[in-house]
Design a protein around this ligand. Structure first.
Ligand code: NAP
Length: 265
């Protein structure tokens, strides 16, 4: 397949963690990838976005880095423009970029500043990035440039699990969950599939500071599958969706959490 015939994925926050796992898996599956991250230093190919570019090239893929903040309207516009100009299409959008609050604060003390920061990156960013990309996808479908575009929202078990020391994160992810449903509904007439993936506790830089706590909880029986999740566990579901195996499940949520969400007695 020539470069221009390969499907194209745009993965936000792909410089490390779950986004990295998704980007590399999609490249292995035959996608070209736009690696978005908020920090990206071309001089550093050992960590971050340019390391991911190198990893994709090592499996024979084509990847380009685009540095942008998903919370910025100008950044989102530039990112989609870059993907369109460079690759000519986006077949798969993966809304992955997200942050935890800088400080875990009880909801009786948490600040509006933190609320606004978390909501703008975790919810407003993917909500409006999807609006931009969806409109492009509709136009590309009409022009025959894409055949079966798809969109993924990475939410979290926090969308339906109370953690009172990071309420703003939980609310942002509950919003992401509804965004997935809304776009699945609205884009159904165009055949654009939308999937929500809710990771459980995944071993990434985001969870590295609280790993000990989670290791203890898992050893104590929190999960059915007694281990932390890996980015590859999430990437496997994105891959199945990208390959069309979940096309009759638009608008649904798949938890990748080792059985976290199952009520047990
Ligand atoms: P991570 O290790 O912190 O990686 C997140 C990536 O997103 C980083 O590369 C980060 O860049 C980037 N990013 C942050 N803010 C951004 C912005 N404004 N614009 C563009 N990129 C931005 O986190 P992760 O654990 O892989 O999490 C990925 C997604 O999964 C998040 O949405 C998270 O909420 C969700 N999730 C994670 C877990 C888990 O257990 N790890 C569980 C459930 C859901 P910098 O590092 O350069 O800031």
């Amino acid at each position: 397949m020539s470069k221009k015939q390969r499907p194209v994925a745009l993965v936000t926050g792909a410089g490390q963690g779950i986004g990295r796992g998704i980007a590399v898996r999609l490249a292995t599956d035959g996608y070209d990838v736009v690696i978005n991250d908020v920090v990206a230093d071309p001089a550093n190919t050992e960590t971050g976005a340019y390391e991911v570019k190198r990893a994709i090239e090592a499996v024979g893929g084509w990847a380009e880095v685009f540095r942008a903040d998903v919370a910025s309207a100008d950044g989102r516009k530039a990112m989609v423009g870059f993907a369109a100009d460079t690759f000519g299409r986006i077949d798969l959008l993966v809304n992955n970029a997200g942050i935890a609050p800088k400080e875990r604060k009880d909801i009786l003390e948490a600040t509006e500043e933190s609320f606004e920061r978390v909501m703008s990156i975790n919810l407003q960013g993917p909500y409006f990035l999807t609006q931009l990309v969806a409109n492009r996808m509709i136009a590309w479908l009409a022009e025959g440039k894409v055949v079966k575009p798809r969109i993924v929202f990475i939410s979290s078990i926090s969308a339906y699990t109370s953690s009172t020391f990071r309420g703003e994160y939980c609310i942002s992810k509950a919003g992401v969950s509804m965004a997935a449903k809304l776009y699945a509904d609205r884009l159904g007439e165009y055949g654009i599939g939308v999937l929500e993936i809710s990771p459980g506790i995944i071993a990434t830089p985001m969870t590295s500071t609280v790993k000990e706590k989670y290791d203890k909880l898992i050893a104590g029986g929190l999960l059915i599958t007694k281990r932390l999740g890996q980015p590859e566990d999430v990437a496997a579901v994105v891959s199945a969706f990208a390959q069309g195996y979940l096309d009759y499940s638009t608008g649904q949520r798949i938890e990748v959490g080792g059985g976290f969400g199952l009520r047990r007695l």
